[in-house]
Structures are given as C-alpha cells and as structure tokens.
Ligand binder design. Sequence first.
Ligand code: FES
Length: 142
Amino acid sequence: MAEIETRPETEHPLILAFLCDWCSYEGADAAGRARIDVCEDLRIVRLPCTGRVEPRFVLEAFASGAGGVLILGCRPGECHFREGNFNALRLSVFLKPLLSQLGVAPQRFRIDWVSAKDGQRFAQIVDDMAAILRRLERVPAW
Ligand code: FES
C-alpha cells in the first residue's frame, strides 16, 4: 500500500477512501463529470471490490496519519463479486471496536455504498467525513 503523504500541521487531515472499481469509483468519476466539488483532502485507493480491504489497510492508514478512512462499495445486492461488500461490512463491524480500543474516534471510519451514477452521494459522504474531521481536528487519530 502506498504511503500517505505527510502534510503540514496547518492543513486539514487527509481522508483515505477505498473505492471499488465497479460502483463507488464510478460514482467518484460521476461527481467529477458533473463538476461537483469534492473535498480536496481526499485520497483514493481503487480496488476491484471492497471485499479486498483487509483490516491492516485501515490500521496502516490511520497509523500513517490519515484523519479519516472511508470504505465505499456497491449497494447491497449489487456487488460484482456477489458478497464482497458484505464482507467489507463484516470487517467494519470487527474494526470499529478495535479502532475505539486503540483510541481512534469511531466517527473517523465509515463504510457506505455509492452507485456508479451517484456522484452527489459520493461528494456528500466525503464532505460529511471532512466536517467530522474538522470538528475533531485538535484530536489526533492515535
Ligand atoms: Fe463493488 Fe464488490 S464490486 S463492492
């Protein structure tokens, strides 16, 4: 996994988003095509399916300085690998209490669904996370 860039203390924390190739990445693309403003603190990791996200990806993201982590996949029933998004959902159920035990505010991690055409929803989820991080700005992720 690529390292997260280091940013000056004065800038907002980065949001790392794991996007599946089939729906949520296309949703991000739809936001771009529609010229919807998306928070510039976003960095994207494109995966074939959210079912490929491993717990260590999320833990490494926070350990490397990400302020927030998103896993965005196809809507339930629409995963191109049938159950990948449900596997990601199970992962999130496992990760949330672990992150909390490690001192990471649970609001810093979110799993959600974005269809290929829903650029507006993609932008809203990212903006919601950015707003949460601004509220938590003075509290380090670790
Ligand atoms: Fe999109 Fe599986 S292909 S979540």
